[in-house]
Design a protein around this ligand. Structure first.
Ligand SMILES: C[S@@+](CC[C@H](N)C(=O)[O-])C[C@H]1O[C@@H](n2cnc3c(N)ncnc32)[C@H](O)[C@@H]1O
Length: 360
């Protein structure tokens, strides 16, 4: 934020004076960050914000992602080699959230998430997590909101219920884009109430978006005409726990309700020397309905660098929660274990896919 909106940038000398950081170190860090797409150097020795760095200014939701989440991921990543190479083979095979780099990094016996977890026991951490999740929203919510037929699925339903909805960013994005959808319910643990209600209030949506307490491992309190949504929730849990969470919805799901899972689907990194040319590939894009395009020759199926965020997150989830982002077969396995089956997958222009699930 010290750099602000200046087009021509701020000199290294001024930045060093205002941050009290050694000039040469600042210069090294800026140049390194620029190679990864953060900030720009409009003329030598002057640094300015760019589209990416604007999203993490300290008055932006992304600030909480860049601070809170970065710290947790970085600290845990240091211990990740110790977790996966642990001398005890029994430890190495554990898939529960109590045997992770998180416990080593934070010197705790608590799991990161859950009603008995670190976030629940240290209330400021729940608020920090909710704010950080609010920071992820802007990077995926526009695609999720635009590339799925929300008015259609919500038609005739009493509400959309976002389970483990955090700060309510998804509900607020959908409420703003689709005024015809009248009621949204954000469900989460009680510690999230304050951050969620403040966020909903700040968007002027208190009449349409409400928060309620729900532990997703316990029976779902809403039964009836609802669209149930899990966004970025199941990737925090191993497959058995994920199936347990889903079973609470299977128990209330009927022909009048729907269930959607919004999460990244990990693609393989296979590269082929054949396939449509770039031009042919792009020409399959439909301007009205988004659908993914096949990769041109020598471009990996996961589009390489374009899927770095998803794959980085998956490793981070493993270090923090012993969980991961799933491939479609891995998602199907979890869904099937809950007595459900995948109906259809919708790709979006964000980094999440929307998977519609129904009773098996
Ligand atoms: C990774 S965040 C995702 C938040 C939100 N869905 C989003 O996309 O921004 C996971 C959420 O699950 C919530 N959570 C964890 N354990 C829970 C439980 N047992 N019952 C309900 N919510 C829980 C956390 O408080 C957190 O808000």
């Amino acid at each position: 934020t010290i750099i602000g909106d200046s087009e021509e940038g701020v000199s290294l000398a001024e930045l060093a004076a205002r941050t009290d950081i050694h000039e040469a170190r600042l210069e090294q860090v800026f140049r390194c960050l620029i190679t990864a797409g953060w900030f720009r150097e409009p003329r030598e020795g002057y640094f300015a914000n760019n589209r990416m760095s604007n999203t993490i200014k300290n008055d932006q939701p992304g600030f909480h992602m860049a601070t809170t989440m970065n710290k947790i991921h970085n600290r845990c990543s240091v211990y990740y080699p110790e977790m996966i190479n642990h001398p005890d083979p029994e430890y190495r095979n554990k898939t529960d959230p109590l045997h992770t780099a998180f416990q080593m990094a934070f010197n705790t016996e608590l799991p990161y998430l859950g009603p008995e977890g670190w976030c629940a026991k240290v209330p400021e951490e729940a608020t920090r997590l909710a704010l950080a999740m609010g920071g992820v929203g802007p990077s995926t919510d526009p695609g999720v909101a635009a590339d799925f037929p929300w008015p259609e699925i919500c038609k005739g339903k009493d509400a959309l219920v976002d389970i483990g909805g955090g700060q309510g960013t998804l509900c607020c994005s959908l409420a703003l884009k689709y005024p015809g959808v009248k009621h949204f319910i954000v469900q989460d643990l009680v510690d999230c109430r304050e951050a969620a209600e403040a966020n909903i209030r700040s968007k002027g949506l208190t009449a349409r978006v409400t928060f309620e307490e729900q532990d997703f491992f316990t029976p779902q309190r809403r039964k009836g005409k609802f669209v149930y949504v899990f966004q970025r929730v199941l990737h925090d849990w191993n497959t058995e726990d994920g199936a347990k969470i889903l079973r609470q919805i299977r128990d209330v799901l009927d022909e009048e309700s729907s269930l959607l899972i919004i999460e990244t689907l990990i693609q393989p990194a296979v590269v082929s020397s054949t396939g449509p040319s770039l031009k042919q590939s792009l020409s399959t894009l439909d301007p009205n309905v988004y659908s993914p395009i096949p990769p041109p020759p020598f471009i990996p199926v996961n589009f390489g660098e374009a899927s770095r965020v998803q794959n980085t997150l998956s490793v981070g989830l493993s270090a923090i929660c012993n969980a991961f982002s799933r491939t479609l077969p891995q998602l199907e396995d979890m869904v099937n274990r809950a007595g459900l089956k995948v109906k259809k997958v919708y790709a979006t222009r964000g980094w999440a896919s929307i998977t519609e699930v129904e009773l098996a």
